[in-house]
Design a protein around this ligand. Structure first.
Ligand code: IPM
Ligand code: MG
Length: 359
């Protein structure tokens, strides 16, 4: 039976980059991959058309899809919406929560061709290969109570940072298993010197460790982890952390690879149903100008093939095609430097497609 893929272009550069990624998906279909593609609205695009960043029809299609490819959501025109539940970001968070996509995999991999594009010295980042496993449906992003209210004559804003043992355990297991398949090292990042919720986090990680004797578990406070990521990033193999710390650290890790425009991600539930999206945002400042880097979205398609569609070979073929265009010296604006050839979003997509078809 053919697998269903839902494409959600979203806002800003979202439509441009998903267009390029869909070209690759179509090429996979021509090569025999049995998939059906559908599109729907999310984020600001959903709000403008339906008054809702996650229209009911979109959520329905998402539930029925085997995998979702998402561009990006958000933009300044929606930042002033008073009702937070109507903001584009709520569309994304709603998808993650409703589909129970608790395991967010963010691989920060340095393509050797891009060592010069990083703001860090090439010797610090060359050979970098980190997998950040971010918990995605809990923590302070979703904790209750939350709000802004009047107390003693002034407004007070508050959120709740909460994790249950079972939530910690299930993301912990994903991370331990990931470390088993990779370099055997797992670093759990917390703030256990201050926050009770992460004292529990650390306890649960320690409790799981004996079940994975082939994995070496370590712990690090999040402030130190931020420093170590820019000081000596190659010490990390797999990093597991909560929702907010993972959001922040994965942006830092992305820059190690030259550009956040290179970082794909997978968000999975227990049934390997997944949503695949670039880690970067909607970049409204460069939208519609052909400046966006489509590679993170194209690499997200590779992750989709690997994790939700059981097509590791096609995934590797896409990754090789990306390596090929980088070898050929093609660069979008974010990764261009003297001696390389700057190309547009579409030219980059077409070049990856050509390399994919030749392979
Ligand atoms: C990300 C983004 C989202 C997040 C935003 C757009 C809600 O920054 O996927 O990292 O904070 O999770
Ligand atoms: Mg983020």
């Amino acid at each position: 039976m053919s697998k269903k893929i839902l494409v959600l272009p979203g806002d800003g550069i979202g439509p441009e980059i998903t267009t390029e990624a869909v070209k690759i998906l179509n090429a996979c279909r021509d090569a025999g991959l049995d998939v059906e593609l559908e599109q729907a609205l999310v984020g600001g695009a959903g709000y403008d058309a339906e008054g809702d960043p996650l229209p009911a029809a979109t959520l329905d299609k998402a539930r029925n899809a085997d995998a979702i490819l998402l561009g990006a959501v958000g933009g300044p025109q929606w930042d002033t919406l008073e009702d937070l539940s109507k903001r584009p970001e709520k569309g994304l968070l709603g998808l993650r929560k409703n589909l129970n996509l608790f395991a967010n995999l963010r691989p920060a991999l340095l393509y050797p061709q891009l060592a010069e594009a990083s703001t860090l010295k090439p010797e610090v980042v060359s050979g970098l290969d980190i997998m950040i496993v971010r918990e995605l449906t809990g923590g302070i992003y979703f904790g209750q109570p939350r709000g802004i209210e009047e107390r003693d004559g002034e407004r007070v804003g508050y959120n709740t940072y909460v994790y249950s043992e079972s939530e910690i355990e299930r993301i912990g297991r994903v991370a331990f298993e990931m470390a088993q398949k990779r370099g055997g090292k797992l670093c759990s990042v917390d703030k256990a010197n201050v926050l009770e919720v992460t004292i529990l986090w650390r306890e649960v990680m320690n409790r799981l460790a004996p079940e994975y004797p082939d994995v070496e578990l370590s712990h690090m406070y999040v402030d130190n982890a931020a420093m170590q990521l820019v000081r000596a990033p190659k010490q990390f193999d797999v990093v597991v952390t909560g929702n907010m710390f993972g959001d922040i650290l994965s942006d830092a890790a992305a820059m190690l690879t030259g550009s956040i425009g290179m970082l794909p991600s997978a968000s999975l539930n227990e049934h390997q149903q997944g949503m695949y999206e670039p880690c970067h945002g909607s970049a409204p400042d460069i939208a519609g100008q052909g400046l966006a880097n489509p590679l993170a979205t194209i690499l997200s398609v590779a992750m989709m093939l690997r994790y939700s569609l059981g097509q590791a070979e096609l995934a590797a073929r896409i990754e090789r095609a990306v390596g090929q265009v980088l070898d050929d010296g093609l660069r979008t604006a974010d990764i261009a430097y003297p001696g390389t050839r700057q190309v547009s979003t579409r030219e980059m997509g077409d070049a990856v497609l050509a390399a994919f078809l030749e392979a």
